[in-house]
Design a protein around this ligand. Structure first.
Ligand code: MG
Ligand code: MG
Length: 613
């Protein structure tokens, strides 16, 4: 199998699309009919442009409303097919993709449809061409791949084959088992798309919400295993209709598409030995904050208040290593570094460390997927960490748990300045990280993490910010030691959108640190003069009534502006600091068995932040 992508996936003119697709590394392309018809030039010129970009056309698509017609309608459909064959000749492709009919006068009946395809096969074969039949999920008579396969089988013509499209298969919940019984050489084209789980009609779901495999919730891996068992060797071609892609930079979309293709390839048995499995994460290793010097003392005070100590200073940069139990921060205020990041973005998270079992395997997989890998020599580093450059500018390093400390030993001089600090070490781990991103960056980052690491994905949910909707989704590992929340919003002034404006781009919006003692944590922050977000008073009587909390507990929650939620496993406490420079902020959480990230309170937090702003 080899990667391909349909022009319909990208925004722009045909030339812009073809250029981006070529630049992203593809060698094969599907031409969407509308892109060809709207091209400002002859088909010959389009064909030579596509060739000049080093691309080969795998199919012209879609050919609609062909089968099941009578009389004049049928004659017109065959005449249209002849025109398409002429265009395909110019495009130097031999495959016409026919999707199942939604024509109001089309009739069903496998035998008649098979006759139509046999006749079309004859026409195609006379020109050394082929046709492939796809069951649209909303086709009038054929909407199941098992039926389109039966039509192809009964057409009994070597120039007539099958299209399998993952969206159409999964959106109707069709079982995958029958795929294994189809001979691989009878499948002429495989189109791939993922999608979020949504309840809506198939057509709207398909036209607006398809996404690249790795960005949605369909079980694409199961499809790939069934497909591999057929012996299919043809194109594996993305066909995505997505409202976000339609307005995104075509190059970023094409690059994500290429990585998604590689992600699919990594699932195939033929790559079992040369591409490592998705990496198991076992939590966060460190967080590096680039800080303007005016924010440094505020960050130091905050960390010190909750029991962090400054344990090292960088050997050749103005950077400090802070630690509390196994939780580590780097505060980087180096003026040289400032030129590169701070002037562009201001104080914020610049890098994060992820704990992995094998950095070698992770790097090998990242290179196969086509992730931009950052090597230590590229960043002039004293450490030897390797990581990925995310689309939002942050670098996510992967760190072997066994050698984690080595990176700090090699780059930092040890010290223990705060040895006399009386603040108890109450932070036990990084609970979760929350990103605010533009929609294109949201999808791109989702793909990066899910193609590289072994992660689960939660269903998307809406947070009702007073200024508009924020779409939120969480990816997490098996024991929830890694939880990453994504947020994106189209509204102009939601808390999420404001972060992106102030930070001049997507990035880490908040860091949640876990404690076993939220009240001590809250008091320590008060004592250190760290301002927290004030929660509206009306919240607390409501909370008390909902969960039957003791008055004294509720009073304490209110005093410290702590939010509370429960699930069937236990309670959850949340406390938010005021944002630094209007940008990123800290959250402190305590879990008593609770498994979520406090989604039930997200709307209230957003409202409280809007009041504070
Ligand atoms: Mg399709
Ligand atoms: Mg949070």
């Amino acid at each position: 199998m080899y990667p391909s992508i349909a022009t319909v996936c990208l925004s722009g003119t045909l030339r812009e699309k073809v250029s981006a697709i070529s630049q992203a590394g593809f060698k094969h392309i599907e031409i969407f009919e509308n892109d060809l018809v709207s091209f400002d030039g002859s088909i010959k010129e389009a064909a030579s442009m596509i060739r000049d970009f080093g691309l080969q056309v795998v199919t012209l698509q879609p050919f609609r409303d062909f089968e099941g017609l009578q009389g004049k309608d049928r004659q017109l459909a065959f005449d249209r097919a002849k025109l398409k064959f002429d265009q395909m000749h110019e495009l130097d492709t031999d495959l016409l993709m026919v999707c199942s009919s939604t024509h109001p006068r089309a009739q069903g009946g496998i035998a008649q449809l098979a006759d139509d395809f046999n006749e079309l096969g004859e026409l195609a074969a006379a020109r050394n061409m082929r046709v492939a039949y796809e069951a649209l999920a909303w086709g009038s008579h054929i909407h199941d791949y098992r039926d389109s396969w039966e039509v192809v089988r009964q057409a009994n013509h070597s120039a007539v084959g099958l299209v399998l499209d993952t969206f159409h298969i999964f959106s109707r919940g069709t079982e995958l088992h029958a795929i294994s019984n189809i001979p691989g050489d009878r499948i002429f084209l495989v189109q791939t798309a993922d999608a979020p789980s949504l309840s809506m009609d198939h057509l709207s779901w398909s036209r607006h919400y398809r996404c690249f495999p790795g960005q949605g919730e369909l079980t694409i891996n199961a499809f790939m295993q069934a497909l591999a068992s057929t012996g299919y060797k043809g194109p594996l071609s993305h066909e995505i209709f997505n409202d976000i892609f339609r307005r995104s930079e075509p190059l970023q979309t094409a690059q994500d598409g290429y990585r998604s293709s590689q992600f699919l390839m990594s699932m195939l048995p033929e790559h079992k030995n040369d591409v490592p499995e998705p990496t198991h994460l076992s939590g966060f290793d460190f967080i590096e904050i680039a800080t303007q010097s005016k924010h440094l003392s505020r960050l130091q005070a905050l960390l010190q208040a909750v029991g962090f100590r400054r344990v090292g200073t960088h050997r050749n940069m103005q950077a400090e290593h802070w630690q509390c139990n196994d939780v580590q921060f780097v505060l980087n205020s180096d003026p040289h570094f400032a030129d590169q990041f701070l002037e562009k973005r201001g104080t914020g998270v610049v890098a994060l460390g992820l704990k992995v079992d094998s950095t070698y395997a992770t790097t090998k997989r990242a290179n196969f997927i086509g992730m931009p890998v950052v090597e230590p020599e590229q960043v002039n580093a004293l450490h030897n960490m390797v990581g990925m450059q995310n689309v939002d500018g942050t670098v996510w390093y992967w760190v072997d748990t066994s050698t984690s400390q080595h990176a700090f030993d090699s780059a930092f001089n040890k010290q223990d300045e705060n040895a006399d600090s009386h603040n108890p070490s109450i932070i036990t781990q990084i609970d979760h990280i929350s990103l605010s991103q533009s929609y294109p960056d949201f999808l791109s980052t989702l793909l990066s993490f899910r193609s590289l690491f072994e992660l689960n994905i939660s269903p998307a949910f809406d947070v009702f910010d007073p200024q508009g909707l924020i779409q939120s989704q969480v990816i997490y590992n098996s024991d929830s030691s890694f939880q990453l929340a994504f947020n994106a919003s189209d509204a102009k002034s939601t808390t999420s959108a404001q972060f992106i404006q102030r930070a001049k781009g997507s990035g880490v919006q908040h860091l949640a640190l876990r404690t076993d003692d939220i009240f001590t944590c809250a008091q320590s922050l008060v004592d250190a003069g760290v301002a927290c977000i004030r929660i509206p008073e009306n919240y607390y009587p409501d909370l008390q009534a909902r969960f039957g909390l003791e008055s004294s507990v509720c009073h304490k929650l209110k005093r410290y502006n702590i939010l509370y939620d429960e699930d069937d496993k236990g309670g959850f406490y949340q406390l938010y600091t005021q944002p630094i420079d209007g940008r990123f902020y800290f959250e402190f959480v305590q879990r008593q068995g609770y498994t979520g990230l406090g989604a039930a309170n997200a709307w209230l937090r957003a409202a409280a932040q809007q009041i504070s702003n």
